[in-house]
Each structure stands twice: as C-alpha cells, then as structure tokens.
Design a protein around this ligand. Structure first.
Ligand code: NAP
Length: 244
C-alpha cells in the first residue's frame, strides 16, 4: 500500500480559493488527486486559484444557496475525497446577532456540511472507499466571545463527525475533524498585521506565533489517504498549544 498516493482519486475542497483550503487542495494534488477548487464569490477567483494547482478544475457554488450540493455534484460527479473547509465568521456580541446572521453562519458552516455529505457519501459507501474531512476550529474548546454561532456551529459539526464516524465505518468511509488554531490566512491577516492585536493573540498561544496554512496540509493528507484508513470520528487540533 502506497500510504499517501492519491492517484486516480477525485477530491473537492470547499473554500480552496485561498488560505487553509488552498494549501489542502495543493497537497492533495501533489499526491496525485484530481482536485476541484471551490469558492463562493466568483468563478474568476476560483479559476485563478485552480491555475496554481496542476490539473485542478475550478467550481463556483455559494454554500448559502440551498441547492449548493446539486450545483457542486453537477460539476464534480462522484468523489473519493470531500474536504469541508469553507466557512464564514461574523464577529459581534451575542446580544446583537440577527436572525439573518444566524441563518448565514449555520447555512454555510453547518447545513452545507450535511447536504454535501448526503450527496457524496452514499457513492463512497457503495465503492467501499471514501474520505471526508471537516475543518473545525480551536473555538470548539476555546470559544471567542464575539463568535457565538461560529463556535456553536463548529461544535455541532464535530458531533456530526462522531455520529457519522460510527455509521460510515463499516463501508470503508472515514470522517474526521481538523481543528486549526490561529492560522495566518486572508481571513485574519489584516487583524494580525496590527502589532498590538497580534501581541495579545500570541500571548494566548504557547508557541507564541500564528501558524501558516501549510501547517494544516500534512494532517489533511494523512486523513485523506490510505495512511489514515484506520482513523475515523476523530479530531486533530493544530494550534501551537492554544487549546491547552
Ligand atoms: N484562519 C484561522 O485562523 C482559522 C482558525 C480556526 C478555524 N479555521 C477554519 O479553517 C477554515 C478555512 O479558514 P481560512 O482562514 O483559510 O478562511 P479564508 O481565508 O476566509 O477562506 C475562506 C474560503 O471559504 C470560501 N467561502 C467563504 N464563504 C463562502 C460561501 N458562502 N460559499 C462558498 N465558499 C465560501 C472562500 O471562497 P471565496 O472567497 O472565493 O468566495 C474561501 O475560499 C474555515 O472553516 C475556518 O473556520 C480557520
């Protein structure tokens, strides 16, 4: 068994136009997978990212659209690897969260997780090989006070991972959760560029610095390859010790 060889595998990485998703898409392609690079803003942005990954194909599908699973399936067909990485964050005090914001965060971060798994997992089960990787957050353990629904949605996703881990295991399909801490991506590079804010953030991280997207890529490859065939329902925190 070639532990990390993904030749012939088809993989979709949601939210892979930048940041952690892009690093994961790249490492999967480097190990032989045919990768679909996905985003929600514009096809041009998806195509620009896909152009940097050999053999990758761009696909646009806003995950707040309730038909996103159908849209994506029409573009990708059957998959072997599904990485559920895209998410949105809305920062504000819990007293001020509106119904629209609640819907937006849970639609993108949680509802699409379910509908995409419902769409792609049955074919993985039928073929007795499949890898599903969710991207959670250290906020499952250390929630930020201004991201109540973001953290709640990530916890709900982890519950799905444990539940489905048990149900999909007999059919050779694994599902796991990768939980990043503070990773320097376009999402937070603006905030981290402020030395005062960065100092405050790094004070809460034993390693005292932010990770880079590639810090998540090796673990993603493990979970998505034959090397991870006996790991399911699990989670791995990649956070420089922040959860401790
Ligand atoms: N960075 C961190 O410090 C950190 C920490 C903990 C957990 N995480 C988790 O790690 C994952 C990746 O984070 P990141 O920092 O790399 O994110 P990022 O730089 O903000 O990138 C987010 C990606 O998700 C896509 N996306 C956002 N909203 C979407 C929507 N409505 N429909 C479709 N696609 C959408 C974006 O695509 P377009 O812009 O092209 O539309 C982009 O490719 C997320 O699940 C996040 O919660 C990150």
């Amino acid at each position: 068994m070639e532990l990390f060889d993904l030749t012939g595998k088809h993989a979709l990485v949601t939210g892979s136009t930048q940041g952690i998703g892009f690093a994961i898409a790249k490492v999967l392609a480097e190990h032989g997978a045919k990768v679909f690079v996905h985003g929600g803003t514009s096809l041009e942005k998806c195509e620009k990212a896909a152009a940097q990954i050999p053999g990758a194909q761009a696909v646009l599908a806003p995950l707040d659209d309730h038909n996103c699973a159908d849209t994506l399936y029409a573009a990708t067909g059957t998959l072997d690897i599904l990485v559920l990485n895209a998410s949105v964050q809305i920062r504000k005090p819990w007293q001020e969260i509106t119904e629209e914001e609640y819907d937006k965060v849970l639609d993108v971060n949680l509802r699409s997780t379910l509908t995409l798994i419902q769409k792609y997992a049955p074919e993985m089960q039928a073929r007795h090989w499949g890898r599903i990787l969710c991207v959670g957050s250290v906020q499952e353990f250390r929630p930020h006070k201004d991201m109540l629904m973001y953290a709640a949605g990530k916890c709900a996703m982890q519950s799905m991972v444990r539940n489905l881990g048990k149900q999909l295991a007999p059919d050779g399909v694994t599902i796991n959760n990768l939980c990043p801490g503070v990773i320097d991506t376009p999402r937070n590079s603006g905030a981290l560029a402020d030395p005062e804010y960065a100092k405050q953030v790094y004070a809460g991280i034993p390693m005292a610095y932010a990770g880079i997207p590639e810090d998540c890529a090796g673990a993603a490859l493990l979970f998505c390859s034959d090397a991870g065939r006996y790991i399911t329902g699990g989670e791995l925190v990649i956070d420089g010790g922040m959860q401790l």
